[in-house]
Design a protein around this ligand. Structure first.
Ligand SMILES: *Cc1c(COP(=O)(O)O)cnc(C)c1O
Length: 436
């Protein structure tokens, strides 16, 4: 078996995500044979540093021995059981831990199997909680401009990235987009929060919730903002009886420097949505946590018809929960959040150098995510794709968002590997200068 053979068999039968398939007439499709630590290895023996944690999910490397062992143990005990009317040890332990670890007043866990469906769980719960309160008019959701919350129809409705949304507009729910702080300054944060307050003054009686990605809008070109924005939004939500849904699908589990991004701002949302890093990047699992207060609004005699009758077949899958418990063990045992602070500092120092390049507009960083924004290119030039290809040819997987080059490696990356990853990107961006 080699790359080419597998590529041809693949293209006969597989339709890949987020891909114009015709691109693969010229672009390589890389068949990965195995992976270990931060390295992916293809069928021709080439190795690649996984600089984007395999689409933002991997935390502690591929085929991590500890997580592998825990999943194997679970596999011979219980692989899955229906979670309605039944429970199991892994899901109970995981829920107890999440309730402890997340910001205060997030007391109950509701499981699903991917970020988008968990976002929709939170939206439905929010609307339904108001309804159970006798509030029939609160049926509009607010989100931020340039936000991303997934791609199922409900999740896409609260998103605002044209590339994914525009085609499907006729199918989507009506939602309102409010201002995102335009940069990382505190003044932009305050200004954007003011726009939300104005919106609430006029329409709060129809608004169920605001959903946002705390601190970093991931698929929205890694746009970052000041934590003060979250502080202000929390105050406004409380004042106007609007729920705050924190979509920490990407930023959760240490990406921003704290275990959860809401902690950076010292706030508690009414709902927190977690997925990607939850299982260390091993298995699909997502969860929505909310307060006992909201939970209580659904708790009554069956015939009052207030229950949350939402379900997914694989809710609370035991193998996925075992992977999640193993992931949390590593956070605890290896003091990861503290270690990440040093790793982030090192990445930040390396990032400075990019400012010397004439085609670099700005650099920015929040915790374990570093960004280099390029300037002077048209979208048609697909400049990100050129960086992607250059880096692949030099053993590094990065997947720029348009002209935004970003680094989001697994936490176990060491300094030499950071050098290799970021120096390769530097050379890639530098090489663009001599091409034009
Ligand atoms: C990836 C992502 C989602 C969607 O998660 P999926 O598992 O891909 O459905 C939702 N919100 C944010 C912030 C994300 O980054």
């Amino acid at each position: 078996m080699n790359n080419l053979e597998l590529k041809n068999r693949d293209l006969d039968v597989i339709w890949h995500p987020c891909t114009q398939m015709k691109d693969h007439e010229v672009l390589p499709l890389i068949a990965i044979k195995k992976a270990h630590g931060i390295y992916l290895e293809d069928f021709d023996g080439n190795k690649y540093i996984d600089g984007i944690s395999s689409w933002w999910v991997n935390m502690f490397g591929h085929t991590n021995k500890y997580i592998n062992d825990k999943i194997k143990e679970q596999l011979d005990t219980l692989e899955h059981v229906i979670l309605a009317g039944f429970t199991h040890e892994q899901v109970v332990r995981l829920s107890e831990r999440l309730v402890k670890l997340t910001p205060k007043d997030l007391d109950k866990c509701f499981y699903s199997d991917n970020g988008s469906s968990a976002v929709e769980v939170a939206l439905k719960m929010s609307y339904h909680a108001h309804l159970n309160d006798g509030n029939t008019n609160k049926n509009v959701f607010v989100s931020l401009k340039n936000s991303y919350h997934g791609e199922t129809i409900g999740a896409l409705s609260v998103g605002d990235v044209e590339l994914y949304k525009d085609t499907y507009k006729p199918l989507l729910l009506k939602t309102i987009q409010t201002s995102t702080p335009k940069d990382m300054s505190i003044s932009s944060a305050i200004q954007a929060a003011r726009d939300f307050e104005t919106l609430c003054k006029n329409k709060a009686n129809t608004i169920s919730a605001i959903i946002l990605e705390p601190l970093i809008q991931g698929a929205g070109y890694m746009h970052m903002y000041h934590p003060e924005f979250l502080v202000k939004i929390r105050q406004i939500c409380t004042k106007y009886n609007v729920h705050l849904i924190a979509d920490e699908v990407m930023v959760g589990f240490g990406r921003t420097g704290e275990l959860f991004a809401c902690e950076v701002a010292g706030i508690s949302p009414d709902f927190i949505v977690l997925s990607k890093g939850l299982t260390g990047g091993y298995l699909p699992l997502s969860v929505v946590l909310t307060s006992n207060e909201i939970y209580a609004k659904f708790y009554c005699d069956y015939n009052e018809h207030k229950a949350f009758l939402h379900s997914h077949s694989y809710t609370g899958n035991a193998l996925a929960c075992a992977a999640a418990n193993a992931t949390l063990d590593i956070f605890e045992n290896d003091n990861i959040i503290e270690k990440n602070k040093l790793t982030a500092q090192y990445m930040g120092k390396k990032l400075e150098k990019f400012k010397n390049l004439k085609n670099v507009d700005t650099i920015r960083q929040t915790g374990m995510i570093c960004v280099v924004a390029l300037k002077g290119y048209e979208p048609e030039q697909r400049i990100g794709l050129k960086v992607y290809q250059y880096c692949l040819n030099h053993g590094v997987l990065l997947r720029p968002l348009g002209h935004i080059i970003y680094f989001m490696p697994p936490y176990i990356i060491n300094e030499d590997e950071i050098d290799k990853m970021m120096d390769t990107a530097y050379d890639a961006i530098n090489s663009l200068l001599s091409q034009s």
